[in-house]
Design a binder for this molecule. Structure first.
Ligand SMILES: [Mg+2]
Length: 308
């Protein structure tokens, strides 16, 4: 899937119309559009019944919250401040207005917490699956933070802990909007991405976009309690570390930061959230993992062949 998806994006970039008002186009966490001299950050994500949630078991309020949160997470990855969202609903007729109200009610507290206006959208119904699509708009202080700015020698930092989000975090996570903005205002941050598809895959995307390589220290990766819980239940034979490397939907921030700033950030954390240094970016455009014995091996990126 990832191969296909990334191939599609490459094709899309080759055919998409471009304008000088498009400051940052397809391929990052969000786009940046110049509107009358002001940068507007825009991103869009959808959740579909049968793909991302099930109508019979899913809690539509949590689905609504998540539909907003994934968009806010993409704005966070640009260090953008959310301003407004539009919400488009394609509802299954049997679920009707009740589902619609639950979806919106689930979004509202998170929208309020981030002072985001619900500016509009569209609603339709049909006999098929329910789909919720959110488009979020944000503003920037200064230049956009992209995934393409990592430099050799930069430390690789991650917020929070990783792995096992399926146990609940994938629905209840806090998008790291304030954390990203605080880090951006107090420190030199070269690049950022939100971890939506797993640490290894999203790190490989940042390395590819930045034209650098990486070395990660496996012993330093902050593994979540949920990852340990799933590993001990041995649900699919994956270790807690493997889960931290490859599980998706943690929505933590992955950052490229010069070493001196990285040390200060890790010492103090950000807004009560731990930040961990897990390795470094390198000149050689290859991906490596260093184990506890100091042995260096290629980092395998599950489901994705990186094109470095
Ligand atoms: Mg993203």
């Amino acid at each position: 899937m990832q191969n296909t998806e990334d191939e599609f994006y490459a094709w899309l970039r080759s055919v998409a119309s471009n304008r000088t008002t498009l400051r940052l186009g397809i391929g990052d966490d969000a786009a940046v559009v110049d509107i009358a001299g002001t940068d507007c950050v825009v991103t869009s994500d959808l959740l579909a019944e049968g793909v991302h949630f099930e109508a019979d078991t899913g809690d539509f309020m949590l689905v609504g919250r998540k539909a907003l949160a994934v968009n806010l997470s993409d704005l966070a990855a640009m260090a953008a401040t959310p301003v407004a969202v539009t919400v488009s609903l394609l509802l299954n007729k049997r679920q009707g207005m009740r589902a619609a109200k639950n979806l919106i009610s689930g979004m509202s507290p998170l929208a309020a917490a981030h002072e985001v206006a619900l500016a509009g959208g569209d609603t339709n119904s049909w006999d098929g699956a329910t789909i919720v699509s959110v488009t979020a708009l944000g503003r920037l202080e200064g230049e956009p933070l992209t995934r393409a700015g990592a430099r050799p020698g930069d430390a690789i930092l991650v917020t929070g802990t990783l792995g096992g989000s399926i146990l609940g975090k994938h629905l209840q996570f806090d998008p790291r909007v304030r954390e990203a903005i605080a880090l951006r205002s107090d420190f030199e941050i070269h690049a950022a991405i939100d971890i939506s598809d797993g640490l290894a895959l999203d790190l490989s995307r940042m390395a590819s976009a930045s034209q650098v390589g990486v070395e990660i220290e496996l012993a330093h990766i902050p593994i979540s309690a949920a990852a340990y819980e799933l590993a001990s239940a041995n649900s699919n034979g994956k270790s807690a570390l493997e889960r931290a490397l490859s599980d998706g939907e943690d929505f933590e921030l992955l950052l490229a930061v010069p070493p001196a700033d990285a040390q200060r950030i890790c010492e103090q954390g950000v807004l009560g959230i731990d930040v961990t240094n897990i390795g470094r970016f390198t000149v050689a455009r290859e991906l490596y993992r260093i184990d506890e014995q100091g042995k260096r091996r290629p980092l395998e990126v599950e489901g994705y062949t990186h094109g470095l």
